[in-house]
Write a protein that binds this ligand. Sequence first.
Ligand code: UD1
Length: 379
Amino acid sequence: MKGVGGEFGGGWVVRISIIAGARPNFMKVAPIMHAIRRWNESVSGNGVLSPMLVHTGQHYDVMMSEVFFRELGIPEPDINLEVGSGSHAKQTAAVMARFEDVCLEHRPDWVVVVGDVNSTNACTLVAAKLGIRVAHVEAGLRSFDRTMPEEINRVVTDALADLLLTPSPDADANLLREGVPNARIHRVGNIMIDTLVANLDKARSCRTYERFGVEPGRYVYVTLHRPSNVDQPDILRGILTDLMDLSQSFPVIFPMHPRTRKNMETFGIRVNTGGHFQVVDPIGYHDSLCLAENARFVLTDSGGLQEETTYFRTPCLTLRPNTERPVTVTEGSNRLTSPATLWADIKDLLQKPRRFGRVPDLWDGRTAERVLNALMHHG
Ligand code: UD1
């Protein structure tokens, strides 16, 4: 590899901007930052990768952002765009305007984006228009449901990215069907699992279930934040009523996302918490992994938890009509459910063993290395 980003002390330097904006992004940038550090330590003198970590500020609460930097050993961001919350257009536009200035000043060789949040999409648009190459980690996932903001972000990002780094064969097939040339697609595996594998010992030592007064295999871990589940009063009220009923037979632990909590307040919804129904503030990464591994089952609408439960082979019910991560259903322990079928699906799931399914290929903790190899190959 020569001269991609210019000469530096007799070797080459490649300037890479890595973008993180919202909670699930932090688990995905952590292994890339660590792999870059290892790469620089190992090439000794031939050249370096020069990372610049850009936090867009889409998530900003300590428990939605800072806690993940601390737990995962991610270096402080070099730049924080501090965009905060807003409508989709306002948030996307704020990231674009501020990230454009960053690109003009620093002229990265690559912009690496992860996942499917508004920050992913916004930074891709900026880089593509400035002629800066974009690599998308977690490319090709499709729910085929354009009512989800993330699906729009995925389609736009993948249409513009130069290098599409996919987690699974279904993602490759989706991209090929959309006319993406094969040469731009590299299957690298699941980046989220790199972080899971690296943090497993720490997560296990948390014994988080003890703090909630429950036993392994004897509780349900719940997370819900998608607009389709929490933005309409009737739907949110119905789900919470089911959860209160469920807590009569199984303790329920529900760390509540700020969107969900804010909506409960706005809609005037109250739940009887305490006892077997524990609604708490968002929890950190290690605690979440620990609860996911040891739950009797997980009820969620999160993409990350569908993958983490598949790795643990913990039964998972995903409260959505579709998933952009079909291997978690075809190979893993994930099942889709709806508010109308939730009770029947819970009963069915409780007939199944405590663990089932298999871990998909390339969910092995080495995805970040493959990401860097693909970047260098395309350098
Ligand atoms: C975003 C992502 C979603 C991801 C989720 C993970 C998009 C379109 N959505 O959804 O894909 O699964 O993050 O959490 O990018 N808020 C706070 N503190 C924060 C951040 C947000 O209180 O640190 C509140 C604000 O009231 C905000 C609301 O949560 O309006 C929603 O935040 P936003 O980033 O718009 O979307 P999420 O629902 O978090």
